[in-house]
Design a protein around this ligand. Structure first.
Ligand code: 13P
Length: 250
């Protein structure tokens, strides 16, 4: 039985004061959560705050992006070893906003995935199709290609130390959640594809769903056999919503 993982992706939101209130609120309810894992992925400048507040709690933390390079003349970038120094457990790689707005391609995302694993961070590999791709019936082709890039770079066994987040781009921040059946179909495709290469890796792989998950729809999504929790945007900025979603995963 896989343990579900609910992770908040705060995106570019927050302030020291807002984060404190939000994390205090989440921490107040987190101890009662049962057998599930939870985390928040915060903007880089707030990693120290997350570390100070969350150390020793059930709530893990991580970053939303990182450089594929370990160090060097890369102005404005943040390396995996730096994230590790701030106690990060997770790092998102290939979020659709990074792919769409910052032009990250599959090869770059795979390099980031490899660099994260090299220092012991757990990469959360984000995959998902746009509306146009879904309507063109190439969802599986797109998601398959995104997954193949990391398998090619790091081998299928590397997925034993990674998380996959399926986030259909058309469902992100739009209020349009994929139906549980729609999401399940893609999750089953992902797991099946990996099972074709290594069944035990596929069976153990946590595949999160992301895209307009809320307290009100989390339970029906998480009830699907291949949906192992969620990657939460907007609803992760509200402590009680986030806790409701975490409870649905326990
Ligand atoms: P929303 O939950 O705001 O749709 O965002 C999803 C997401 O992009 C999480 O990474």
């Amino acid at each position: 039985m896989r343990r579900k993982l609910v992770a908040g992706n705060w995106k570019m939101h927050g302030s020291l004061a807002q984060n404190k209130a939000l994390l205090d609120g989440v921490l107040a309810g987190v101890a009662d959560l049962g057998a599930m894992d939870c985390a928040v992925c915060v903007p880089f400048p707030y990693l120290a705050q997350a570390q100070a507040m969350l150390q020793g709690s059930k709530l893990a933390w991580g970053a939303q992006n990182m450089s594929q390079h370990e160090k060097g003349a890369f102005t404005g970038e943040v390396s995996a070893p730096m994230l590790l120094e701030f106690g990060c457990k997770y790092v998102l790689v290939g979020h659709s906003e990074r792919r769409a707005i910052y032009g990250e391609d599959d090869a770059t995302v795979a390099e980031k995935y490899v660099a994260a694993q090299k220092v012991g961070l757990t990469p959360v590999l984000c995959v998902g199709e746009t509306l146009q791709e879904r309507e063109g019936n190439i969802t599986e082709q797109v998601v398959g290609r995104q997954i193949d890039a990391v398998i090619q770079a790091a081998g299928v066994e590397s997925l034993a130390k990674a998380v996959v987040a399926y986030e259909p781009v058309w469902a992100i921040g739009t209020g349009k959640t994929a139906s549980p059946e729609q999401a399940q179909a893609v999750h089953a495709f992902i797991r099946g594809k990996i099972a074709g290469l290594n069944k035990s890796v596929a069976d153990g792989l946590v595949i999160q769903y992301g895209g307009s998950v809320k307290g009100a729809n989390a339970a029906e999504l998480f009830a699907m056999p291949d949906i192992d929790g969620g990657l939460i945007g907007g609803a992760a900025l509200d402590a009680s919503e986030f806790l409701t979603i975490c409870r649905a995963a326990a």
